[in-house]
Design a protein around this ligand. Structure first.
Ligand SMILES: [Ca+2]
Length: 456
């Protein structure tokens, strides 16, 4: 049993380097890149928090004043007196000014536009602070394939974080925004702040920008499963996956057009796996970063198909972006132990409307009897409605046989308006990764694929 446990542990130390780019990891200076992203993200989150707070405080002060007046004052006359300051700061912070777009500085530029420029600037110049390899290493969608999706995603998550903090501190934050949206109470929301007393920017924040939705996994061996192919023995192990996948989905047109940003925070919503004797496997989705492409003003573009090929004796797999795997060993090749061992990734296809492409980081704990929360390996993988192919060229044991497995996803349906869990119905996400035999294992090379189907 100990051996099997070690095997599982090594399996989930998976080498699938999804969305990593560069023939070798050309990391400019990962620390500088991380620091640059941190600085801008924390700063904009703080500024948004401050703007939301000002609006909320102005509203509350007015409410208290009106209540204390014993009926002589009314909200519809008092509230318009305070909205100018609130709308002004909010628009300067999260608005789009005269340019109407996040990626172009308006006159004057807003804080989110400045943040966009600063983040984009990390990749610019002759010695940029960040490369695409850095972005991938930090869990972001690289710009060569996905353009500015990582920036739009990041600014959206900072708005989400600031908004959430406000809701935790004061429950009726969305209600406050709704009241400010039509502060003069004439039934016409979002009239110009200075003249009518409404707060048009508040109207965009009447509902939380991001909401948690669940994809309830459709039960059944061919619907929601992980398949681990033990290449040396030719044995497939199929593990049924149950319960659900939970992420947050953001709709905020100013930042992401008509697309939906997928933002995963830590969730343990997939059933623990007990189908392998002597082992319990627990999966935490730590983070997800991606998009569902939707609507007429979509800004997300990029590939949706991922082919991951592992090569035990060099050569045939050498397509797309390859990363060397210096810690792995192989019994194939000449001279033994052979090499170079590498995993190459090729991205193709183009995300169309309704497609979803998400970079997901899983933490997988393997324990003998019930997970303890002791942690586990962090595995990057892709969840796509496109296609995932996991292949081995000349895998262990025979060194002459190839293996390939392809799974196809299915796009869902973009909502006409507000996105909810029902809109995920029918969506099929696929992913996978190849793993070389690790020194602590006896079970050889493995190819893992999985399929997650959201129940109708
Ligand atoms: Ca109004």
């Amino acid at each position: 049993m100990k051996t099997r446990r070690r095997w599982l542990a090594s399996l989930v130390a998976a080498s699938g380097l999804v969305f990593a780019f560069g023939s070798s990891p050309a990391l400019a200076d990962l620390y500088k890149c991380q620091q640059g992203i941190e600085k801008e993200s924390v700063k904009i989150q703080g500024l948004i928090l401050k703007a939301l707070q000002l609006c909320k405080d102005k509203y509350r002060q007015t409410l208290v004043k009106v209540n204390a007046s014993g009926g002589t004052l009314s909200m519809s006359t008092e509230l318009p007196k305070v909205t100018k300051a609130c709308d002004g700061l909010l628009a300067k912070t999260v608005g789009l000014s005269t340019s109407g777009n996040l990626n172009t500085l308006g006159t004057p530029p807003t804080q989110v536009q400045k943040t966009y420029q600063k983040l984009a600037g990390l990749l610019a110049g002759t010695s940029p602070k960040c490369t695409d390899s850095d972005l991938a290493a930090l869990g972001h969608l690289p710009s060569a394939a996905f353009g500015d999706a990582w920036i739009r995603w990041l600014i959206t998550t900072m708005l989400k974080a600031a908004y959430e903090k406000q809701i935790w501190i004061v429950a009726d934050t969305p209600g406050v925004m709704a009241a400010l949206c039509d502060a003069n109470g004439n039934g016409t929301p979002g009239e110009p702040a200075g003249t009518t007393g409404d707060c048009p920017t508040c109207c965009k924040l009447q509902v939380p920008p991001c909401n948690k939705l669940n994809c309830r996994l459709k039960p059944g061996g061919s619907n929601s499963f992980s398949q681990v192919q033990l290449l040396d023995s030719g044995l497939p192990i199929t593990i049924a996956l149950g319960k659900e996948l939970v992420s947050e989905y953001c709709q905020y047109p100013d930042f992401i057009g008509s697309d939906i940003a997928v933002v995963g925070n830590p969730s343990r919503t997939i059933d623990e796996i007990n189908s392998i004797p002597g082992n319990t496997v627990c999966i935490t989705q730590l983070r997800a970063s991606g998009f569902i492409k939707c609507g007429a003003s979509s800004v997300f573009s990029g590939p949706k198909d991922v082919a991951l090929c592992a090569d035990s004796n060099g050569g045939a797999c050498n397509a797309g972006s390859c990363l060397p795997q210096p810690t792995a060993t192989s019994s194939c090749g000449s001279p033994p132990p052979g090499g170079p061992l590498q995993i190459c990734q090729q991205l193709s296809g183009t995300a169309a409307t309704n497609d979803s492409v998400v970079l997901s980081h899983l933490q997988i704990e393997v324990a003998p009897s019930g997970c303890t929360g002791a942690g586990g390996n962090v595995v990057p993988t892709v969840l796509t409605t496109g296609q995932v192919t996991v292949s081995f060229d000349n895998y262990d044991a025979t060194c002459t046989v190839d293996y390939s497995n392809t799974l196809n996803g299915t796009a869902g349906t973009c909502p006409s308006g507000f996105f909810d869990s029902a809109d995920l119905a029918g969506t099929v996400l696929v992913g996978g990764f190849p793993s070389y035999q690790s020194p602590s294992s006896t079970l050889g090379d493995t190819a893992t694929t999985f399929r997650l189907e959201c129940e109708q």
